[in-house]
Design a binder for this molecule. Structure first.
Ligand SMILES: Nc1ncnc2c1ncn2[C@@H]1O[C@H](COP(=O)(O)OP(=O)(O)OP(=O)(O)O)[C@@H](O)[C@H]1O
Ligand SMILES: C[C@@](O)(CCOP(=O)(O)OP(=O)(O)O)CC(=O)O
Length: 376
């Protein structure tokens, strides 16, 4: 019997992937760029057992048995086995795969990215594969390829029809910008109305604007954003991140019928970020939204406490919400009258946010070798 366990991180794109040129292989129509979030706060964990005793393949996700008859899972498994050494005795043993996320699944918090990165890392270890396997994680869920590395990661769309050069590359390690923090404002953590997979397909079929975005807007933004990250130029990084999120949601709006992901709470957060940045006469906070209403904020450590206080002012928490802050500590305080005036906000009723996650940029997937760490 062979047992492998690993953990893998979530990543949040600052330049979004939206649209495929090949649905089966999951090849994107544009490059994308993301920050990998620390596994101290959010991660997927997967244990794979290969055993000659197993009669059939089994897959459990968050304690519930799933069908193994899943095209994305089958594609990843097939590709890993194809490049494995054919003389490995356990290559044809059946598998028991158990995976768990320590955060909500299928809720717009990138569980598929962490989940497939974790599964492919474990499979690669099981079958003793060396080198980059981000192109295999990509076949599970496109954004998963970026979770194969820590720090700041670029997914190059590539040009080969078999997708072998559609891979992720680290552009800077987590330690490069140690002051960077990430705050996830969880507006809703329930299952999404429409999946990214279906919605981006509809965008490719119906949005003229998407072609312009993929061919003209994204290439410039990717280049400028990589430069900003390398120089640790937060002002430029923040502007690109916010403009890019807005460009992506404009495409969602241009899709027919439109896919509307942002809600009133999301718009309240956008307005608060712009008012705060204006008050500070500099970009101190950047928002980005994936396929859902939850906001992800990129900001430097020095702005965290004050901006959490801004959020608490415009979106007050419910009383007695003991579990409201998750991850790194926060110390919100009272806002000055001057800042309150500057925000000029319509204050929402308590409970607009379910909870707040405070985290930072972190490392890529990791193997766990202690027996007590396995999911059995
Ligand atoms: N730990 C995991 N191991 C394997 N597969 C997973 C894991 N977590 C999630 N998945 C797969 O990903 C699916 C959820 O993906 P989906 O894209 O709908 O949501 P999300 O990734 O949470 O949101 P988004 O991609 O918009 O950020 C699950 O139904 C499951 O098939
Ligand atoms: C908005 C996004 O989060 C879309 C992610 O889409 P997925 O990677 O979940 O889609 P599939 O490849 O169909 O599984 C943007 C991003 O992460 O780049």
């Amino acid at each position: 019997m062979k047992v492998v366990t690993c953990i893998a991180p979530v990543n949040i794109a600052v330049i979004k992937y939206w649209g495929k040129s090949d649905e089966d292989l999951i090849i994107p129509i544009n490059d994308s760029l993301s920050g990998t979030l620390s596994m101290d706060t959010m991660c997927a964990k997967t244990t794979i057992i290969a055993s000659p005793e197993l009669q059939e393949n089994i897959f459990w996700l968050n304690g519930k048995e799933q069908s193994f008859d899943n095209k994305r899972l089958a594609n990843c498994l097939q590709e890993v086995k194809q490049i494995a050494d054919k003389s490995l005795p356990h290559l044809n043993w059946k598998l028991s795969i158990k995976s768990e996320n320590n955060f909500p699944t299928a809720a717009g918090l990138a569980s598929s990215a962490a989940g497939y990165a974790c599964m492919v890392t474990a499979l690669a270890k099981l079958y003793e594969i060396k080198g980059d396997v981000s192109y295999i994680a990509r076949m599970g869920s496109g954004s998963a390829c970026r979770s194969m590395y820590g720090g700041w990661v670029l997914w190059c769309k590539g040009s080969s029809s078999d997708g072998k050069d559609s891979i992720a590359k680290q552009i800077a390690p987590a330690a490069h910008w140690p002051e960077m923090r990430v705050i996830v404002l969880v507006v809703n953590d329930e299952k999404k109305k429409y999946s990214s997979t279906d919605a981006m397909k509809r965008s490719v079929q119906t949005s003229e604007l998407l072609k312009h975005r993929a061919n003209h807007v994204v290439p410039k933004m990717v280049k400028a954003c990589i430069e900003a990250i390398k120089k640790k130029d937060f002002e430029t990084f923040a502007e690109i991140t916010m403009k890019e999120s807005n460009s992506f949601h404009a495409i969602c709006q241009d899709t027919y019928p439109p896919c509307v992901y942002l809600n009133d709470t999301s718009h309240t957060i956008i307005a608060a970020v712009h008012a705060y940045n204006e008050f500070k006469s500099a970009n101190k906070v950047a928002y980005t939204f994936d396929a859902g209403p939850n906001a992800v904020l990129y900001l430097l450590e020095s702005s965290v406490d004050e901006f959490i206080s801004v959020i608490n002012y415009v979106l007050p928490p419910m009383d007695n919400n003991g579990d409201y802050y998750k991850g790194l500590p926060v110390s919100p305080s009272q806002l000055s009258q001057k800042l309150k005036m500057a925000l000029n906000a319509s204050i929402q009723k308590p409970g607009g946010l379910k909870y707040i996650i405070h985290t930072k940029i972190g490392e890529g997937p990791k193997l766990l070798s202690e027996p007590q760490e396995h999911l059995l």
